[in-house]
Ligand binder design. Structure first.
Ligand code: IPM
Ligand code: MG
Length: 359
């Protein structure tokens, strides 16, 4: 029996509400698929930990997590702690410290989901964004001087390394090579950003030479944003810098029905460190405590985790159960126009997992 050690970090807000549903689905899928089990340990890190101990996680947090096979993460941030403190205290140190440089964010329009785009059918939208996840605009380089004075200055420096750009672009080519359409779009802005983005373009062109089987294009990020809305069916794999992809993936989530459905995987492809699986959405203080958050993004992120661990059959079972529940349309959380609770949606997915069980 294969055994995977999973560090569970529900985090803040609705992270705590959707996490139990994610775990339920994961354990059910493991039981049905067979051959492996998940040994989960939960860490109560986040803003409450910060208020009690002055830190989002213990100082040796990364050492504690390093021994796990994967990290399953809810959400971070709460109004009583400044966002840049909570984010830089927990999520970003994990992404950077564990060199999770490739952030995979799929957008798939599923049957039964009321997407906002007129005339787009299930099957029309099925793309994945590969986000650079350790440097670029979120490298954390910069500072403020003359604080509070009229001459105050703030510098936020983007950091693009050839190695960092090359590895994420190469990873995106690998993803594209294994998809049926084999098409990779690079988001750039080299007309205005003359240094980082020209490096990005050069590296993209150089890596492309090794992938003659993948069709490529380079699109300015502003025009690409419009294409996410106007012609999403033209997209297969998109590779973009940290900030560009951050923005594009909220749009990508929106066009397929919203953040409640959007999963993500922060990957260290070489597996030197554990990778982290989390919904794209945040802690949603506006709906926390009402039990109405859609747990699908969390559950789907669990499927991405199983896939990365090598348990593809179990991962596929979860994705199929999500598809079945959405297509049936009987159980819908408020973001999908229904009245179901977080727990009801989680239960429906587990029931669909069991119903789809094959001997
Ligand atoms: C995301 C989120 C975070 C990010 C926020 C909370 C800073 O928007 O995962 O897309 O940009 O990394
Ligand atoms: Mg974002």
């Amino acid at each position: 029996m294969r055994n995977y050690r999973i560090a569970v970090i529900p985090g803040d807000g609705i992270g705590q509400e959707v996490m139990p549903e994610g775990l339920k689905a994961l354990h059910a899928a493991a039981e049905i698929a067979g051959g492996f089990r998940l040994e989960c340990e939960t860490f109560p890190w986040g803003c409450e930990h910060y208020l009690a101990h002055g830190a989002m996680m213990p100082a040796d947090g990364l050492n504690i997590l390093a021994d796990f096979d994967a990290l399953y993460f809810g959400a971070v941030g709460w109004p009583n702690v400044p966002d840049h403190v909570s984010l830089w205290g927990l999520r970003l140190p994990i992404c950077q410290g564990f060199d999770q440089y490739a952030n995979l964010r799929p957008s798939v329009l599923l049957l039964g989901v009321p997407g906002p785009l007129r005339d787009k059918q299930p099957g029309d939208i099925d793309f994945v964004v590969v986000r650079e996840n350790t440097e670029g605009e979120y490298a954390g380089a910069g500072g403020r001087a003359h604080r509070g004075l009229p001459l105050e200055v703030a510098v936020e420096t983007s950091v693009f390394t050839r190695a960092g750009v090359e590895r994420v672009i190469r990873y995106a080519f690998e993803v594209a090579r294994h998809r049926p359409r084999r098409r990779l779009t690079s988001a750039t802005k080299s007309n205005a950003q003359r240094f980082a983005m020209t490096l990005w373009d050069e590296v993209f062109d150089a890596v492309a030479v090794g992938y003659p089987d993948v069709a490529t294009e380079r699109v300015l990020v502003d025009a690409l944003a419009a294409r996410f809305v106007l012609k999403p069916e033209s997209l297969d794999v998109v590779v973009a810098s940290n900030l560009f992809a951050d923005i594009l993936t909220d749009l990508g989530a929106a066009v397929v029905g919203g953040l409640g459905l959007a999963p993500s995987a922060n990957l260290n492809p070489e597996r030197r460190y554990p990778s982290m699986f989390e919904p794209v959405h945040g802690s949603a203080p506006d709906i926390f405590g009402r039990g109405i958050a859609n747990p699908i993004a969390m559950i789907w992120s669990g499927a991405l985790m199983l896939d990365f661990l090598g348990e593809k059959a179990a991962a596929d079972l979860i994705v199929r159960a999500i598809r079945d529940v959405l297509a049936a349309g009987r159980v819908r959380t408020p973001d999908l126009g229904g009245r179901a609770t977080t727990v009801e949606m989680g239960n429906a997915i587990v029931a669909a997992l069991r119903a789809g069980e094959r001997p």
